[in-house]
Design a protein around this ligand. Structure first.
Ligand code: PMT
Length: 228
């Protein structure tokens, strides 16, 4: 079966502590951008939902672009675009936590205190929210592809997320300091399928990795993907 729509998410989200400071991460948007450009050669309608990505990674050719700020905004945008026959590829790195209260004025450091305690609350898990909506509303023909960004035990963590988020595929990659995962680096990914299949790709540039991930998904879903 073919998909009529693709949603690709990309980049980091921002959770504001006060008007000048935020919690985020080092995602540049490069992986999501190249996946979106590649998917645009395959699927007629592609929506690219991104956080604060680098300028080069804002507007993939052949896609509709939606810019968001927080994880909740990204979740709302994905839910708003979800339709029958959609493949969702979540390459974004949404912040898992946000400050319980965002201050209206800049927090002053001149108050003499040497520590600042921040209380964080959990953000919605976008993939879990989408997969329960698909089940509850019986939205037919959808396919959910997550990424797993890990600093250790890639296989165990990726397999855990594949199951707990009820995904069809998850693309595992290592991230961290020392030129791993984020930005302009060559990388290696392992794709875990809910059927139990494991496929390693790389090391290659993210342009090439994206082409191969999309070719893999196209091959897999066109030959055998039937889900309602
Ligand atoms: O942007 P680049 O610099 O090119 O870097 C690419 C990348 C490292 C960001 C990308 O390859 C990647 O791994 N993206 C996933 C980052 C991430 O949030 O991983 P996670 O293991 O924390 O989350 C697992 C999955 O759940 C991801 O698909 C994520 O998008 C999704 N998620 C996470 C948090 C949340 N609240 N809701 C979600 O749906």
């Amino acid at each position: 079966m073919g998909f009529s729509k693709a949603i690709i998410t990309s980049g980091p989200t921002r959770e504001w502590i006060d008007p000048v400071r935020y919690i985020s991460n080092a995602s540049s948007g490069k992986m999501g951008f190249h996946i979106a450009e590649e998917v645009a050669h395959w699927i007629p309608e592609v929506v690219y939902i991104h956080g604060q990505v680098l300028d080069d990674y804002k507007s993939p050719k052949g896609t509709k672009e939606i810019s968001v700020e927080t994880t909740s905004d990204m979740c709302d945008a994905v839910l708003g675009e979800l339709a029958e026959g959609t493949i969702l590829i979540m390459a974004a790195a949404p912040a898992d936590f946000r400050p319980s209260r965002s201050k209206e004025s800049k927090i002053k450091k001149e108050d003499g205190s040497e520590t600042l305690l921040l209380e964080l609350v959990k953000n919605p898990d976008i993939l879990k929210t989408v997969s329960s909506k698909i089940q509850k509303e019986e939205i037919a023909g959808c396919c959910l592809v997550g990424f797993a960004a890990e600093t250790d035990s890639l296989e165990d963590h990726a397999q855990g997320k594949l199951k707990s988020k009820n995904l069809d595929y998850i693309v595992g990659n290592y991230v961290g300091k020392n030129q791993k995962g984020f930005g302009e680096v060559d990388t290696t990914v392992i794709i875990f399928s809910s059927s139990g299949k494991t496929t390693k790709i790389g090391p290659f540039s993210k342009e090439v990795i994206s082409q191969k991930i999309v070719a893999f998904l196209k091959g897999e879903t066109e030959k055998s993907f039937v889900k309602s």
